[in-house]
Design a protein around this ligand. Structure first.
Ligand code: ADP
Length: 392
């Protein structure tokens, strides 16, 4: 069994260790060298409840980062701390090198002076104003010609050059979002905050708008911080994803890194279907109840892990299940979910473990079928120490 030290090395369990790991990942994926936003051990409490717990994060110029986590994990509160709609109880928020808020008697810059634009979940457009007037709202102080020119440019940027005179009620959900984006970008903010930006859109439109929002954000070069509970959305639009859990940052990294190399079981589970197969390190192999894996395919198994028991993370596409009704099989199909192009199955293995697999819709397996299970991953797999009885 892995020791707690081994555990720390691999999954970075303690928060300090996890933060070091997050810092490491941050330094691995810089997109620029100027830090625009820093949350420095920011904490926000509501009565006895700690909504955001000593959260530290740096975001560099032009980066698109998404705070991802389940409902209630503190994403919106973090966004509100950045916007200046909340004050931190501990720690600080810094924007472009200036302290925007510091706990205690420290400075507090109000939202309107922070150079931060916000796109709200419901877009919050002014219904009595046209699209152009909405976009012009935050730049009324500019000389007329400059203001009109910028409104025109922004409407063009968001693909609404011919809708400037339309009122919000005459626009589709996607168009309203484009106006909200243009309005938030008009004062040329240093940071753009997006609060669950796609939750008010139809499913079909969401995918299209994800790409559009990313394009627009990247075209302007603004630094963007988005919030969502939708892992697919976070993985598809972000330069980095910051996974939150119970007010803390669980892992920060590029989408591929957090998906393929989660540093905790929580992240592994939250970013898609996760099954854990018990394994034993034996020579050049890791033996599991269904297959042996080449040792080099399991991440970071140096010699000190010989004869270690561990749990290997496998995702549904790492597993191939085939019907074996006559001979000795590995397990039985106990769940089947049709997803259109694919079908998700759950297999209860005779070893007592459960594994999920994803198959093309044309390969039909039925509930109760006895099946063989093979590991077909062509990439590195990560592992976690065996949990003790208390589930630590
Ligand atoms: P998320 O955005 O991830 O859903 P929130 O930041 O909204 O999470 O909330 C984090 C926690 O703080 C939740 O438990 C929530 O109930 C609590 N919370 C948020 N805002 C308030 C508030 N204004 N008053 C009291 N509790 C709050």
């Amino acid at each position: 069994m892995a020791t707690s030290r081994q555990h720390e090395e691999i999954v970075g369990e303690p928060s300090e260790q996890r933060q070091r790991s997050a810092d490491r990942q941050e330094s691995e994926t810089p997109t620029a060298d100027r830090t625009i936003l820093t949350l420095d051990s920011a904490t926000k409490r509501y009565g006895p409840e700690v909504a955001v717990d000593e959260l530290s994060l740096s975001v560099v110029d032009g980066e698109f980062i998404t705070l991802l986590g389940p409902s209630g994990c503190g994403k919106s509160t973090t966004l509100r701390l950045i916007a200046g709609l909340e004050r931190p109880d501990e720690g600080a928020v810094r924007i472009d090198g200036e302290t925007a808020a510091e706990a205690g008697d420290g400075p507090f810059v109000p939202p309107e002076n922070r150079n931060v634009g916000v796109v709200f979940q419901d877009f919050a457009l002014f219904p009595h104003m046209t699209a152009a007037e909405n976009v012009a709202f935050g730049i009324e102080d500019l000389p007329d010609a400059e203001r009109d020119g910028r409104v025109e440019d922004l409407l063009e940027l968001v693909g609404l050059a011919d809708q400037g005179d339309s009122r919000p009620e005459a626009l589709s959900g996607g168009q309203q979002q484009r106006v909200a984006l243009a309005r938030a970008l008009a004062p040329e903010p240093e940071i753009l905050l997006l609060d669950e930006p796609f939750s008010n859109l139809d499913v079909d439109l969401r995918v299209e708008m994800r790409e559009e929002v990313r394009r627009i954000v990247k075209d302007t070069g603004v630094t963007a911080v988005s919030v969502t509970h939708d892992q697919e959305e976070a993985l598809s639009i972000s330069d980095r994803v910051a996974v939150m859990h119970e007010g803390e940052l669980e892992q920060v990294g590029a989408p591929e890194a957090v998906f393929q190399r989660p540093t905790s079981r929580f992240v592994a589970n939250f970013l898609g279907h996760a099954s854990f197969l018990s394994g034993y390190v034996q020579g050049d192999e890791v033996e599991t109840s269904v297959d042996s894996l080449p040792r080099e395919q399991v991440h970071g198994l140096q010699s000190e892990y010989d004869h270690t028991e561990l749990d290997v993370l496998v995702r549904p596409d790492d597993v191939l299940t085939t019907c074996n009704c006559n001979g000795e099989a590995d397990g039985v199909i106990t769940y089947r979910r049709y997803l259109g192009p694919t079908v998700l199955y759950r297999v209860e293995l005779d070893s007592g473990e459960t594994v999920q697999c994803m198959h093309n819709h044309s390969e039909k397996l039925e509930l109760g079928d006895r099946v063989d299970v093979g590991l077909v991953a062509d990439h590195e797999l990560v592992w976690f120490p065996v949990e003790d009885d208390a589930g630590a």
